[in-house]
Design a binder for this molecule. Structure first.
Ligand code: NAP
Ligand code: ZN
Length: 336
């Protein structure tokens, strides 16, 4: 089979041939049809993940077909359409797992493309517990970005405490953000998109945003206050400074929900948090059943990722397109 691998931190993406792997106990082999390129793939490409073992095949937005089933796997058969996202397995016995909170497994959290080989490949072997069933209404190219960008924004928004009619702002209109805007609009929130520059304004409106704020031309926090103050700001950007700059736009009881990853500290004034009962929380994607909920909601409401499709051999070009912020809005690799 063909895989695209990284052999060292900051090394190139290389196309190589490998034997097709066999699924062990509790795992299945997926024939990969499509794999989205998430900004978090940079943890593998740039060597940010502690203790990462190379060579490693990136990719955790996988959509494909169950192709072989390992021993002890119940409920999955060959030919089923399935996907896997960032949450790619858990230990099952730590305190978090015993509470059923698999996403915060502290002992052996598994991530395709990071702790084991992922979806920039013709085949991938993944734990059955991490699989989500893909409904007929979605193509593989549509389903793949929903496995990470989709579930992360859908699941964080539905657990944010915002209710229909509340002002919800989505900070950053990239792979995650463009799905976040659609989910927020379909959930019935008064949806505000915030991004740098004016070029994304019309697209953001098409995705369902009632308002667009250009964070380079205006003070986004002041603009949110003019609208009444946000109940939730979903931060999908990669910059802590950009997140800090909008905190002043939270209304009373407002919440900054952080999904975008940054290695820089977040510096915000404390008093408005106290006197307005405002809060700042993080959110990590979700489990396989949260993914199935994301796929089902997308079929129900018509949410779809906007994609740019590249064949597996052009993974390098597709990754650069994501990194440069030029992709509108998710680069997706296909094996067909
Ligand atoms: N919590 C989770 O479970 C989870 C899941 C998936 C991804 N992530 C993280 O979420 C982030 C977004 O991922 P993605 O795949 O959507 O990435 P992406 O498609 O590359 O989009 C990046 C976004 O970051 C913004 N951005 C980049 N540089 C910026 C800067 N200097 N100042 C302000 N904004 C900047 C862009 O804003 P504009 O729209 O203004 O250009 C864009 O919206 C990444 O950090 C990724 O690692 C987290
Ligand atoms: Zn991701």
């Amino acid at each position: 089979m063909r895989v695209v691998q990284v052999t060292r931190a900051k090394g190139p993406l290389e196309l190589v041939e490998r034997p097709i792997p066999e699924p062990g106990a509790g795992s299945v082999r997926l024939k990969v049809e499509a794999c989205g390129i998430c900004h978090s793939d940079s943890v593998t490409k740039e060597g940010i993940w502690p203790g990462i073992q190379y060579p490693r095949v990136p990719g955790h937005e996988i959509a494909g077909i169950v192709d072989a089933v390992g021993s002890g796997v119940a409920g999955w058969t060959t030919g089923q359409r399935a996907g896997v996202g960032w949450h790619g397995g858990h230990c099952g016995s730590c305190d978090s797992c015993r509470r059923g909170d698999f996403v915060t497994c502290q002992v052996a959290p598994q991530v395709p493309g990071v702790t084991y080989d992922g979806g920039y490949a013709d085949y991938a072997v993944v734990p059955a517990a991490a699989l989500a069933l893909i409904p007929d209404g979605l193509s593989a190219v549509e389903a793949a970005p929903l496995m990470c960008a989709g579930i992360t924004t859908f699941n964080s928004l539905r657990n944010s405490g915002a209710r229909a009619g509340d002002i919800v702002a989505v900070l950053g209109v990239g792979g995650l953000g463009h799905l976040g805007v659609q989910f927020a609009a379909k959930m019935g929130f008064k949806t505000v998109a915030i991004a740098r520059g004016g070029d994304k304004a019309s697209l953001a409106r098409k995705l369902g945003a009632q308002h667009y704020i250009d964070s380079q031309a205006t003070d986004a926090a002041a603009e949110l206050v003019k609208l009444g103050g946000a109940r939730v700001i979903l931060a999908t950007v990669t910059s802590s400074k950009a997140m800090a700059a909008v905190v002043g736009g939270l209304g009373v009881n407002g919440k900054l929900v952080i999904v975008g990853a940054s290695s820089e500290p977040l510096e915000v004034p404390v008093l408005p948090l106290i006197f307005g009962r405002r809060s700042i929380v993080g959110w990590p994607s979700g489990t396989s059943i949260d993914s199935q909920d994301t796929l089902a909601f997308s079929v129900l409401t018509g949410v779809r990722p906007m994609t740019e499709v590249f064949p597996l051999e052009r993974a390098d070009e597709a990754y650069e397109r994501m990194l440069s912020g030029k992709a509108r809005f998710r680069a997706v690799l296909t094996t067909g």
